[in-house]
Design a protein around this ligand. Structure first.
Ligand code: 3PG
Length: 311
């Protein structure tokens, strides 16, 4: 009698694993495509505040249409929900713009090597601002993360301070986003997909006035003319691709967050960075020195040790 039950349980555990595997593979693939088109756009059209705004606008529009046509069920939200979402959206906006500014100044691979140091920020913020303590192995794992990132940064051939600081600010902002959204998603009735949609809409409202103030429509128009004359009409498709894929990869990552623990999520995120680093180096022919690659490998190994230590 117990055998069929056990077999059923094993079957559903295997099905869950396959499901998570599909989520992860989709998340990484969408992220790689986003990073490539985002960098192609930024090379021809160096306006990271505008491209960040367009990514959020595109995702918001896609979701508003999906809700209006009932492709997706609209979320049932109240004022309290939006109030709790506000700090998450502020942190998401800062993290997104900072990463895009970074990628407009340095190689995509370098931004993501620095971004692989996010767990170190998470531990330091939790320790010094929230007073949380961790077992010794967690602190020890920060040594390769910080050391590896530092080695990669000092040996980076095209080092740029704004590019470096952008990635660091993005790390800090995303740690706060994760802390705030953990609170906001606890006991929530909104699905991962709709939670991210609401986050996009609120971030768009926050970012738009700042993007206009920092870069401004006149610069955008002049830059657009130059980009079109250099690239041709396919430039529009690059912008569309970076915007659509930005929304899709984030949506899939929030959908998988519904199904897995934050720890599994952070392992998935590190593996995502490996695919982005490797594919962007190949596609953009980024020059890498062996010592530089060693730094990246140590940082990433540190992130895996961190997830083991946290377990
Ligand atoms: C962004 O533009 O928001 C960053 O590329 C996001 O980085 P992450 O989702 O890979 O942390």
């Amino acid at each position: 009698q117990s055998q069929p039950i056990e077999r059923e349980e094993a079957k559903s555990a295997a099905a869950q694993k396959v499901k998570i595997g599909i989520y992860f593979a989709t998340w990484w693939a969408l992220n790689v495509v986003f990073n490539i088109y985002n960098k192609k756009v930024l090379n021809a059209y160096p306006y990271p505040w505008l491209t960040s705004t367009l990514s959020l606008a595109c995702g918001s529009l896609m979701m508003l249409i999906s809700w209006a046509t009932r492709i997706a069920e609209p979320p049932n939200t109240d004022l309290e929900f939006w109030k709790t979402l506000f700090p998450v959206a502020v942190a998401h906006t800062i993290g997104h713009v900072a990463a895009t500014v970074s990628m407009s100044k340095v190689a995509v691979s370098f931004t993501h090597i620095i971004k692989s140091g996010e767990p170190a920020f998470s531990v330091l913020v939790s320790r010094f601002l929230l007073g949380e303590t961790f077992p010794l192995p967690v602190y020890m794992s920060l040594v390769p993360i910080i050391g590896g990132c530092a080695l990669a940064a000092v040996t980076e051939l095209n080092f740029n301070m704004i590019g470096f600081m952008g990635a660091m600010i993005s790390n800090l902002a995303f740690v706060f986003r994760n802390i705030f959204s953990k609170k906001g998603m606890k006991g929530k009735s909104v699905s991962g997909m709709n939670y991210y949609a609401c986050l996009s809409i609120l971030s768009l409202l926050i970012l738009t006035p700042f993007a206009i103030a920092v870069e401004g429509p006149q610069l955008w128009a002049a830059g657009y003319k130059t980009a079109m004359s250099q690239i041709g009409p396919q430039f529009i498709w690059w912008v569309a691709a970076q915007s659509i894929f930005y929304h899709l990869y984030n949506q899939v990552s929030y959908m998988s967050l519904d199904e897995i623990s934050p720890l599994t999520f952070s392992i998935g995120n590190t593996m995502k960075r490996i695919s982005v680093i490797v594919s962007s180096i190949i596609i953009f022919h980024t020059p890498v020195q062996p010592i530089n690659a060693l730094g990246a490998a140590i940082a990433i190994l540190g992130t895996f040790l961190y997830s083991q230590a946290k377990q």
